[in-house]
Design a protein around this ligand. Structure first.
Ligand code: HEC
Length: 128
């Protein structure tokens, strides 16, 4: 029987091979988890996400969209929506290029700066 046989974890060499593989695997998983927010749907930086969340509380987005942009009835879910899409919708509401919102979003968006829009899009995209 070969010392590296899968079913024979009883030699020091075999034990260190297992430990080394487990460590390597842990590092790979750790790096994958750390990279995930950036791999997702566009850039998602923690500071922008935090600023976006703060802004939702100031501007009362949750009053209509509920907490964490879950959505309700005719008010759409924005959580996990694509970053570019959210950013474009907010900019379009602000510029009144999109006006199918009965005035709700155009009026909310008129108070938002470009930086707010960026942060809000990052925050909404970070949710799922
Ligand atoms: C007064 C209620 C109200 C508030 C407050 C509000 N929204 Fe909305 N929002 C709506 C409605 C209603 C729609 C759907 C408009 C439509 O039918 O196209 C909408 C649509 C959107 C959309 C487009 C979704 C899509 O799928 O196209 C985004 C993005 C959005 N809101 C983000 C926000 C953000 C960010 C805030 C806070 C800054 C906010 N909303 C605050 C009512 C609101």
């Amino acid at each position: 029987m070969n010392a590296l046989h899968w079913h024979a974890p009883d030699t020091p060499l075999r034990a260190s091979v297992i430990r080394a593989s487990a460590l390597g695997f842990g590092v790979v998983i750790g790096l994958a988890l750390a990279a995930r927010p950036w791999l997702q749907l566009g850039p998602s930086y923690p500071a922008k996400v935090a600023a976006g969340k703060k802004k939702t509380d100031e501007v009362l987005c949750p009053m209509c969209h509920l907490g964490e942009f879950a959505g309700q009835n005719e008010i759409p879910r924005v959580a996990g929506q694509h970053y570019q899409y959210v950013k474009k919708q907010l900019a379009d509401f602000k510029a009144r290029r999109r006006t199918n919102d009965a005035g709700n979003m155009t009026s909310v968006a008129s108070t938002l700066s470009d930086e707010d829009i960026e942060n809000l899009a990052q925050y909404a995209t970070s949710l799922y």
